[in-house]
Design a protein around this ligand. Sequence first.
Ligand SMILES: Cc1cc2nc3c(=O)[nH]c(=O)nc-3n(C[C@H](O)[C@H](O)[C@H](O)COP(=O)(O)OP(=O)(O)OC[C@H]3O[C@@H](n4cnc5c(N)ncnc54)[C@H](O)[C@@H]3O)c2cc1C
Length: 395
Amino acid sequence: MDTTQCDVLIVGAGPGGSMAARAAAENGVDVIFIEEHPVAGTPVYCAEGLSVGGIEAGGLKAVPPYVMQQTLKARVIAPNGITVDLTSDDWTGYTLDRQVFDKALADNAEKAGARLMTNTRATGVIMDGSRVVGVKAIREGEEIEFIAKVVIGADGHWSIIRRSAGLDRYFKDYVTCAQYQLGGLDMDVGISEFWIGEKYAPGGYAWVFLKSREVANVGLGVRRKHTKPPIEYLKEFIAQDPRFRNAKILKKNGGICPVCGTLDKIVADGLMLVGDAAGQLIPMTGAGIHCAIEAGKIAGRTAAEAVKEGNVSAKRLSAYRVEFDKQWGKRIKDSGKVVKMLDKFSDDDLNTLSEVLTNDDVLSLANGTNVSATLVGLVKRSPVKIIRLIRAYLG
Ligand SMILES: Cc1cc2nc3c(=O)[nH]c(=O)nc-3n(C[C@H](O)[C@H](O)[C@H](O)COP(=O)(O)OP(=O)(O)OC[C@H]3O[C@@H](n4cnc5c(N)ncnc54)[C@H](O)[C@@H]3O)c2cc1C
């Protein structure tokens, strides 16, 4: 069996893995990142929405070919059809070409000196006692081994690295998504739509993100309380909207978004997890690209520093978690609490809430920023029933 040695071995060339590979290589250590598919970024399981801040955090510019459409306005549609249009001076959104975007992140990691091995699927970690010392993989039908000082699992929500290292097997809460890419449309450009309510997507929401005037990612995610598979809700959602009457289905995909927040344990001796593998998504929106990029950067740099210091213990590597939580911990936690709060809202309650919500309220609740102050403000102008539901969250 072939054995390859390196300082840092990263599994997965999504945004988290490529950013970790780039950061570790830029910090002067020997890095290999492996990807099970032939090309980084393909296939895509994503609605492809990202803020300009997220794009720039990846070291790219919000221009073609990475982005396809700018979002000038986010439109939230309540179950009774009331719409709240959101704009913000300090926020601009885009629909990416994620295939091109992810490939560019991986290319930049290679330019920084990391070696990418595609068609290489990790099958589990190699342990020495309780310490992770490498990864077993299959490459073109052959078993191979990587021996590394630090292993970073950036292999998505189903992470074989997390599970084979004995960390969490499952996420306590997750959204199951179905999505069609529809063509042949004639849409108003510049608007991304978020449809909320039990009737469209129980426990989640439906989205319409434009790739162009003619093409849109139309999908939805449902949580624990749904009674049908998400694809059935999606078919109903599309059938009720006359704009999609003559649409052609160009692509079908879907997937899982963990929404329970960052897992308690994302670091062990010789091991770090980043991105979806670690549960690092904003629970209210299921957005995880920006978090994965930031987590990857911090994890890659921390891994390189730890290797150079000769100390890859869980204690040393947990500096990564501390730094990530400083930036994102409160947002992810607060956003998770908003999800739990909204679980108690019926469609009628959501209709009532949409009448009192402002632009800034929705942005704050969706992104997990300034949540407590937003809810205190809402209590002052909401009807009694809504106040009761909000107070339960405020405690
Ligand atoms: C339907 C849907 C829509 C979404 N829409 C959005 C959105 O609009 N905006 C947003 O911000 N987020 C969105 N997300 C979430 C977002 O896609 C993820 O949070 C993000 O991709 C996480 O990046 P990552 O690098 O952690 O993992 P991933 O992007 O999942 O990358 C993991 C990589 O690891 C590889 N891999 C997996 N297992 C192995 C293995 N054993 N060996 C080798 N390689 C392996 C995979 O092939 C993949 O390339 C969506 C998710 C879904 C399911």
